[in-house]
Design a protein around this ligand. Structure first.
Ligand SMILES: Nc1ncnc2c1ncn2[C@@H]1O[C@H](COP(=O)(O)OP(=O)(O)O)[C@@H](O)[C@H]1O
Ligand SMILES: [Mg+2]
Length: 267
């Protein structure tokens, strides 16, 4: 699995965006990278994908440093995939099916297998019902599902989701949460976000990024109780943590747990 070791990254204009980043993505099935806008989350993901190359330090996959030649990266990206924040960056074809099939056809996989894998991926991401629609007729949230399907079809081991719920309404946010939870049974998921409620709900382990550095890390249940750390990173507490601290109700992991507690109490 993936480790980031002592990574430093500067853009060409000399801005140092990431400094001495150490991350072990094996710490949980779903790992969160949280931080305010501009703190370097997307840059970190591009480094993990081998799209950007660190100035110092490295990315290791299964204990081996990744290389930057085409052949290595082609194999690496069969194992490690990303869903970009903006689905438009990821969708090239005019219809859903061809778009999801694209990378499989690129790998010269036979058409029967392509169909089976595309259908499965579309069902998992909830995009199957609009699989015959032209991409340009889809809503933003639907495009997101297609982009997720594109990575699911590849059967990779790790999926990075960069701000998966940004720009989505509450219903789609919930849907994405469910999709993430479901696919995490088969794959390791890494999510970047400044949506603390999302991260609190789905992640096992969290790294808190601020101004290009890791300010703190820990298991979800404990890291969000650290007031000073959240303040330093300019992050809000998840609403369930606020409820726990203000009203003294138990610390619930998600809304469903809170609701069933409420129902039991009122019986
Ligand atoms: N291509 C680029 N050249 C120079 N600076 C960049 C570039 N892309 C992003 N940055 C800067 O790097 C910092 C981190 O950006 P980014 O990784 O997009 O943060 P986040 O995803 O956490 O919002 C920001 O200050 C941003 O302005
Ligand atoms: Mg970003």
């Amino acid at each position: 699995m993936i480790k980031v070791e002592a990574l430093e990254f500067k853009y060409e204009d000399g801005t140092k965006v990431l400094d001495n980043i150490n991350i072990d993505l094996n710490k949980g099935k779903i790992v969160g990278i949280v931080g305010a806008n501009g703190c370097g989350k997307s840059t970190l993901f591009l480094n993990i994908m081998g799209i950007l190359k660190p100035n110092k330090g490295c990315i290791k996959y299964n204990e081996v440093e990744i290389s930057y030649n085409k052949k290595y990266l082609r194999e690496y990206r069969k194992m490690v995939n990303i869903v970009f924040q903006d689905p438009e960056k990821q969708l090239f074809y005019s219809n859903v099916y061809d778009d999801v099939a694209f990378s499989l056809r690129n790998l010269k996989i036979c058409e029967d297998e392509v169909k089976a894998r595309v259908d499965r991926a579309l069902k998992k991401s909830g995009a199957y019902k609009f699989k015959d629609k032209p991409i340009h007729f889809l809503s933003y949230g639907q495009k997101k599902r297609v982009a997720i399907a594109g990575t699911l079809a590849l059967d990779s081991k790790v999926i990075l989701l960069d701000e998966p719920t940004s720009g989505l309404d509450p219903y789609m946010t919930k849907e994405i949460k469910n999709i993430v939870k479901e696919i995490s049974t088969e794959k390791n998921i890494v999510i970047s976000s400044h949506d603390m409620d999302l991260i609190y709900d789905v992640c096992d382990y969290v790294y808190i990024l601020g101004k290009g550095q890791i300010l703190g890390e820990g298991y979800t249940e404990e890291v969000f109780l650290r007031e000073e750390l959240l303040k330093m990173a300019l992050l809000e507490k998840p609403w369930l943590v606020k409820l726990h601290q203000l009203l003294g109700v138990p610390l619930f992991k998600n809304e469903e747990q809170l609701v069933s507690y409420g129902i039991k109490k009122n019986k």
